[in-house]
Write a protein of this length. Sequence first.
Length: 385
Amino acid sequence: MPQFNGTIHSKLPTVGTTIFTVMSQLANQYNAINLSQGFPNFECSPELVNLVDENMKKGLNQYAPMQGIMPLREIIAAKMQELYGVVYSPEKEINITAGGTQAIYAAITAVVNEGDEVIVFEPAYDCYVPAIELSGGIPIYIKLKAPNYHIDWEEVKKRVNQRTRMIMINTPHNPTGAVMSAADMKELEKITNGTDIVILSDEVYEHIIFDKNMHQSVCRFPKLAERSFVVFSFGKTYHTTGWKTGYVLAPERLMTEFRRVHQFMVFCVNTPLQYALAEYMKNKDAYLQLGSFYQEKRDYFVSLIKGSKFKYIPASGSYFQLLDYSGITKEKDTEYAIRLTKEMGIASVPTSVFYHEPEDNKLLRFCFAKTNETLEKAAEKLMKV
């Protein structure tokens, strides 16, 4: 095999293989039920698949416009106005992306420069900080407050200064399942008012919210919308995570900078998928009923493990449920997650990996975006612990 013997100065020296890959590989190795990685194990809509097939056969297989096809951007704009009462220009303020992660990376790269500070709330999804560091930014970590993982806004006020370039939020939240309230958004509005701070709002689980709560997008708040990149995911909404398609919204000046980066990352996004999604989005029930669909799964999963040795607070959003194992063992969460996979045949994700300095709260993250049969088999194993 060819070998490189020269010097490499790694830009991300502490970054290894993601925990999601590690746990999924372990699940495969031990033939375990995989509730670690966040994707459904059931099929997406046959109608959506047929639409992709039809558009491929129509010959729509060449480059799409860099910004995304206009019909898709137009229907997104209509959706945003209907759901959140906000008007985005399909031409100047909406861009189709190769999934949420690419959108997040491009947004950070577009506005964060050497020495800029970016506030990140922990536990945080693992793609945030590497993007900040690759741009020369400095992540400023603030811990969410257990047990409901809310933001301490007084602490945020203390950490904001003239070097603060961006504040990153995620609602509904991965990995905790927490959601931000309208009061949270008002606090964020107060803190950023009169500053040059840009907000990056990761809202990929926007429709997966429970218990009759309403998703409080930054888009609902004009003073926040005017300084925000807002990221969404078709993959999370339509059970098609492998398609890696999403979109980002931002006011024109921010979007101009975003597109300068985006065009040299991927240039454009899968063409036939865009045409299929533009047609499929006309079926509003497909996203409006998503919350009730996943709430049934959340409720079913927690009902199946009622009486187990695990403690839990039902997730308020996303398709992840945290289980507290502090009454079972004092093992580190990374060690216990591995042992559960090997010995009990069920894979999860230890939440300590979502902190820059691992914080072991004896919590494991389980994905319930699975068939009922899978959830039943998983629960059977958890009840035996």
